[in-house]
Design a protein around this ligand. Structure first.
Ligand code: HEM
Length: 498
């Protein structure tokens, strides 16, 4: 038979097969006595260190736990996360559309948008800026801001937290808008406040509103409507973050004083209001998504170096051997510094800034390992537990960078293996930039600074409890330490850069 004649039959056959597949899948779903994955019945969900509790439940119920009452699946095992969130990304890439998100107008933040055409368009805009192949466009800012950071750490080491936040925020503002901001700039405060509310939105939402959605129609003074004030603050802060830096960047370019990634994108899209809105939102969302996370990773590194002087010394000696003492590390040196890489990997393993990632939501009924996962299920990747899986990591709670040197793949693995950046189609879009910022900071601090415990008036070391925050974003709590240049040569190097 001629191929042209075969065509309609093969089309019909394909259709019939697809139909059969759908029917058999439906039957599969129906015939099964719908067994949900195991999990505690009506548990009280923890608000503090939830990742630890979920890990404990994992020991009792297995690698994935279902909380029926909440339609929530908690994943404690990386292979399960890969199977569902990556291999079945078509089904598991939605986000929760809560009343809280709506009340805050937070659907404009890409991170919270459903798996829709709007999200896809936004992700394309982000990708134009943050794709791996263009990461080098941020190098100059990253070098400059890390150099500033080293100076600040020497000048006022007691303000370690402020400097770390200023570094994370500063890199983002300068990279996108070409603007330098101080940590006390209004925009920096706006971002911090917005992030705090963001944490609240992610964590539990506004419980009263979630329970009684009709409260959204009530005035602010109505009992239970306190959330309205928070929602208003979020919107106002976000409006400012959307517009103030964007306008400054565009003005700077018009005046010919400074160009920037955002201003150039805006120019290319002049007269296209929808695109301009997306670009504005890309800026503010990046800023919010980047600040606490990057700050957390760098803070965790600083704390671990203070607590593990032997690791710090090994990192320093690798840098001295490979690079010498008369310059700072650059991105070109990265592949020659396996121990520094192992330190970076170990920080990201033990201290993921978002221990529970960001929930994905399923858009179809699904079956996995004989269990039913219903449509609309919120899937919580417990990155914290995955990274402490005793079947993958020996002595998982200990900080041992050598584990990456000794692993068959070595420390230079794919960025996709760093679960701290999330999974599948929703994986962190800024991960290449973040990876570079955190690595460069680690290498530069090791090259120039000495971190150790502070001493009291009697010369005794002040113990560091090594505590971390417990809610949503996880980062070290303030502690006392001593930060000084490694020696006069390092001091000169730091101040020469200024
Ligand atoms: C150490 C730093 C960072 C960490 C640990 C981190 C981690 C994460 C995680 C866990 C997610 C959720 C992924 C998922 O849903 O599976 C995420 C999403 C996201 N991140 Fe990051 N992030 C970091 C830095 C950044 C930076 C610098 C940007 C700048 C653009 C950024 C922008 C975003 C955005 C926009 C999303 C939402 C993606 C989406 O929903 O499609 N992040 N990040």
């Amino acid at each position: 038979m001629a191929p042209a004649l075969l065509f309609p039959f093969s089309g019909i056959a394909a259709l019939a097969l697809a139909l059969l597949y759908l029917i058999s899948r439906r039957c599969q779903l129906k015939s099964a006595t719908v067994t949900f994955p195991p999990g505690p019945k009506s548990p009280k969900l923890p608000t503090l260190d939830a990742w630890v509790k979920y890990q404990e439940w994992g020991r009792e119920y297995g690698d994935f736990i279902y909380i029926g009452e909440r339609k929530m699946l908690i994943i404690n095992n990386s292979q399960v996360a890969i199977d569902l969130l990556e291999k079945r990304a078509r089904v598991y890439s939605d986000r929760e559309a809560s009343w809280t998100v709506k009340a805050c107008g937070a659907e404009r933040v890409m991170t919270l948008q459903g798996y829709t055409a709007r999200w896809r368009s936004n992700r394309k805009v982000f990708n134009q800026i943050f794709r791996r192949s263009d990461s080098s466009r941020f190098y100059a800012v990253q070098y400059a801001k890390v150099a500033d950071f080293l100076c600040s750490m020497v000048v006022a080491p007691e303000k370690i937290m402020q400097h770390t936040m200023a570094l994370s925020q500063g890199i983002m503002f300068a990279s996108l808008y070409g603007i330098d901001i101080d940590h006390d700039d209004t925009l920096a405060w706006r971002a911090l406040e917005t992030n705090n509310i963001f944490g609240e939105i992610f964590l539990n939402g506004f419980p009263a509103l979630e329970r009684f959605p009709w409260l959204r129609f009530m005035p602010s003074f109505f009992p239970g409507c306190g959330f309205k004030q928070t929602a208003r603050e979020f919107q106002e802060n976000f409006d400012d973050l959307d517009t103030i830096p964007f306008d400054r960047a565009v003005n700077n370019m018009k005046m010919g004083t400074r160009t920037s990634v955002i201003a150039e994108l805006a120019l290319q899209n002049e007269g296209r209001p929808t695109e301009i809105e997306m670009i504005k939102r890309m800026g503010s969302t990046s800023f919010i998504a980047a600040s606490d996370t990057t700050m957390s990773s760098i803070s965790s590194f600083l704390l671990t170096m203070t607590l593990h002087p032997e690791v710090q010394a090994k990192g320093q000696s690798e840098i001295d051997r490979v690079i010498g003492r008369d310059r700072l590390p650059t991105f070109e040196d990265r592949q020659s510094l396996p121990y520094v890489e192992a330190i970076y990997q170990e920080v990201m393993r033990l201290h993921p800034p978002l221990p529970l990632g960001i929930r994905h939501v399923s858009t179809e009924d699904d079956f996995y390992k004989g269990y039913h996962i219903p449509k609309g299920c919120a899937v919580v990747p417990n990155i914290w537990a995955m990274n402490r899986d005793p079947n993958v990591y020996s002595e998982p709670d200990k900080f041992i960078p050598e584990r990456f040197l000794d692993s068959p793949t070595g420390p230079f693995t794919s960025i996709n293996d760093i679960y701290a950046f999330g999974f599948g189609r929703r994986v962190c879009i800024g991960r290449h930039m973040a990876d570079n910022t955190v690595w460069l900071t680690i290498a530069s601090v090791l090259a120039t600074l000495h971190l150790c415990k502070a001493k009291d008036d009697e010369g005794n070391e002040i113990e560091i409890p090594g505590e971390f925050t417990h809610i949503f974003f996880r980062h070290p709590k303030p502690y006392h330490s001593s930060i000084v240049p490694r020696d006069p040569q390092a001091r000169d190097l730091i101040f020469e850069l200024k």
